[in-house]
Design a protein. Sequence first.
Length: 437
Amino acid sequence: MNNCKTMPEAKRLETLDYSILQQCMHCGMCLPTCPTYDETGLERNSPRGRISLMRAIADGQLELTPAFGEEMYYCLGCLACTTACPAGVDYADLFENARADIEDAQILDTKERRFWRWLAVKTIFMRPRLLRAIGRVMWLYQSSGLQALLRRIGAFRLLPRNLRELEPMAPRIQRSFSDGLIAREEVPAEPPRFRVGMLTGCVQDLAFSDVNRDTVDVLLANGCSVVTPRCQACCGSLHGHNGETALAEELARRAIDQFDLDEVDAIISNAGGCGSHLKHYGRLLKNDPDYAAKAAIWDSKLKDIHEWLDEIGLAPPPALPEPMTVTYHDSCHLCHGQGVSRQPRDLLKAVPNLTLKPLAESSWCCGSAGVYNITQPEQAGKLQKRKVANILQTAAPNVATANPGCHLQLQTGLRIEGSDTIVHHPVSILARAYRNR
Ligand code: SF4
Ligand code: SF4
């Protein structure tokens, strides 16, 4: 235990099941897979180094300091280290507990940081109606031509640097959100084989409601009837990954309450980052007597769309109307967080008239990593450049990826490089094929 009573306490790390911290045997096999270690070559910027720091804090040998906080926010949370680790260290659990301690102890607190966290994490992303209202205003601003005009006359130069850098990353908002495109319940033409629940997400709903529509179309084509609750809230991954555990728990309860879990065979997520968090509601709510059992059922039914289609056996898609060459980028949280990397490739390969080109370093983080491209723009920019260079190397005019953050990061990076390469969600390609029936 930490004997220094005046220093902030690391309550979660100190009370965490110690065997998780002990699991690391310092073999270093995770080191070559870690983008931050690759950048600096410093042990403290590696998974092994970070685990040692967490263990030292749990042992009371180190104090919870701003330097530790900054280290934990320099980590992308990409979980490439988890895939590489032969000892099965649950880095995601350690990392989330460390960040929660950092937020509880307020060791990184500044007025500005407090304001942005209050506005985004604690207010906008807790209130789905408010988020959608902001989305409507943004859509008007973008579709009226005001955004283009302000860009043309260089008005954004007047903004403070951090806001100026954020502007090009703003997603293009869809005219209609998921509730306008998807009915509460949709049934396939043939008698359904399965009944599934559909998660529409928050950013996904604003910027990629068309992908949600495509997902439902693909599910219908595969014999699933689809239940889609209205005005869904954020799944809480933003909160869980950023140390706001209580808010993440509240959002998990809300998500569970949307469904009658006995009535669905699966709950479908099409966003890699969200799915990785959604599959661990059981861990998040394990101490909640009213929700622990429901959360365990939820986890067992939560499926990534590619995983689900692979499990039920994909209905052979018709050929695309024209030949298409695609390369595939793995979303970290789909590939490392959920272990889903073969399935999206297999689904794409099953589409006649589609050629899938391999992408070098396909599971290397693109720098999006939740809000990392906002909080650590320099490192995120380097990873974005590296990813885009690999994509351009393939000469494929299309790239597929299954996470809204990656989608936007690739889109922005390709635009910066002046490339016409188009970013798609794999299910959108599948939906296009089914529509060609
Ligand atoms: S999560 Fe990613 S950035 Fe963080 S330690 Fe693991 S590999 Fe490195
Ligand atoms: S690969 Fe696993 S056991 Fe080896 S150093 Fe990294 S985290 Fe520790």
